[in-house]
Design a protein around this ligand. Structure first.
Ligand SMILES: NC(=O)c1ccc[n+]([C@@H]2O[C@H](COP(=O)([O-])OP(=O)(O)OC[C@H]3O[C@@H](n4cnc5c(N)ncnc54)[C@H](OP(=O)(O)O)[C@@H]3O)[C@@H](O)[C@H]2O)c1
Length: 384
């Protein structure tokens, strides 16, 4: 393994980021702000309230940081992304680094056309904008480990260089993110582009804090629903001994602040262009049984005695009739059946490029069993 340091950015940069109001976006923006000369956040609706909220989160009241932060109105679904005018001209002249995070991330949104407009056409528009930036040194495209779709049916590992292995999809989000990543990869012909693929985001290390729920919190929703149901109807407690999952099912989780640290560090390095990085830590992927063992006591649920295949649960949940226990559970937790499909995962995400980068810059992945319980406790106090 090379001990060479990755080539850094050079002089402090002017960064443009899409998706800065989103979950990962605000953590990445907070990580980048002290490191750059100017951070421009592209927002669809830069209301006074949102600007104040983001400024407080990103700067913690530091005036020097506030001066570096600029909000730009724009929409990735519009051709040109930023409306014509002086600000657009300034950005095209000045921006050195672009981070593209904006996307529709809903799992249960089935309107393929809408998802295509945001995730695929939106990415094409951002890449076209990047080509207009005359001093651009780096584009970072945020993809998603879930582009692996149903590759777990044929493969044990999904490598960072793997993209389209002919896999199917569990939902339209996955499909549109895969098409978007393919667009980004083909743009490497003329753009210095890095693909960053986060695994599932969870709350911050130590505190478990999260401003709003991430996708995998549907698992917490399910457990919270089960807790409510068993408290209301104690005889149903034996039902809680049946849990989805097995020793073969894995979940790759990454604390949101660590994913942002990785994205900032990899995204800032020039030498990472042309490569793909899985923002996770394959050595730490826990199987579902290990995860449930950490979580169940916090949700006041019994140790499971029987594990049910999550894939079958997805099929059952899709057909769950009104006034059945399963329907009540889904409704209580607000869990879309599509969420169970992610518990049926035997695939491991290789993150060799990320691990090599971390070794070079001295970044150490947080130990998940130390942090996951804090995420569940924060969820139960503030998000349930
Ligand atoms: N969360 C995860 O577990 C996870 C895991 C792997 C990969 N990712 C990827 O990481 C990226 C960020 O994810 P996230 O969880 O932070 O997403 P998120 O919380 O859903 O935020 C999405 C962001 O995109 C913005 N956006 C949506 N449509 C837009 C448009 N037409 N123009 C401009 N901005 C638009 C939203 O702005 P508004 O405030 O206007 O809605 C918001 O800032 C995404 O590309 C996602 O696919 C996420």
């Amino acid at each position: 393994m090379s001990a060479q340091q990755p080539t850094p950015l050079g002089p402090p940069a002017s960064v443009l980021m899409t998706g800065g109001s989103g979950l990962l976006g605000r953590y990445l923006a907070r990580e980048l702000l002290p490191q750059v000369e100017r951070l421009q956040l592209l927002l669809r609706h830069p209301s006074q309230k949102l600007r104040e909220e983001l400024t407080a989160f990103l700067t913690s009241g530091r005036k020097d940081l506030e001066r570096r932060l600029i909000f730009v109105q724009g929409d990735i679904c519009e051709r040109g992304v930023v409306p014509p005018g002086r600000q657009r001209q300034r950005l095209c002249k000045e921006v050195t680094h672009l981070y593209h995070l904006a996307a529709l991330t809903s799992l249960d949104l089935v309107d393929e056309e809408v998802l295509t407009r945001f995730n695929v056409n939106g990415t094409a528009n951002v890449l076209a904008f990047a080509r207009e930036c005359r001093n651009l040194r780096k584009v970072n495209h945020l993809s998603c480990s879930a582009i692996s779709g149903t590759a777990h049916h044929q493969h044990d590992y999904f490598y960072e260089d793997d993209v389209d292995l002919g896999q199917g999809w569990r939902n339209s989000y996955e499909r549109t993110k895969l098409v978007a990543e393919k667009l980004a990869i083909s743009a490497r012909r003329d753009l210095p582009l890095t693909v960053l693929r986060p695994v599932f985001l969870i709350g911050e290390t130590v505190t478990g804090y999260l401003p709003f729920k991430a996708l995998i919190y549907h698992l917490f929703d399910l457990l919270a629903g089960l807790r409510t149901l068993t408290r209301r109807y104690p005889p149903l407690r034996h039902l809680a001994q049946v849990m989805p999952g097995s020793q073969d099912h894995y979940l790759d989780l990454v604390p949101v602040n660590y994913a942002a640290t990785l994205a900032a560090s990899i995204g800032q390095a020039y030498s990472t262009r042309g490569k793909t990085y899985c923002l996770g830590n394959s050595h730490q992927a826990m199987n579902l049984v290990e995860i449930l063992n950490l979580l169940l006591p916090l949700f006041d649920l019994p140790v499971p005695t029987f594990f049910y295949h999550p894939g079958r649960l997805t099929a059952l949940a899709r057909r769950a009739k009104p006034r059945t226990i399963l329907r009540a559970l889904l409704d209580l937790g607000g869990v879309p059946p599509e969420a169970f499909a992610y518990l049926d995962q035997t695939l491991r995400y290789d993150a060799s490029n990320t691990e090599e980068h971390c070794e070079q810059v001295g970044l150490k992945a947080p130990y998940l069993p130390d942090h996951l319980p804090a995420c569940a406790e924060y969820y139960l106090r503030h998000l349930a």
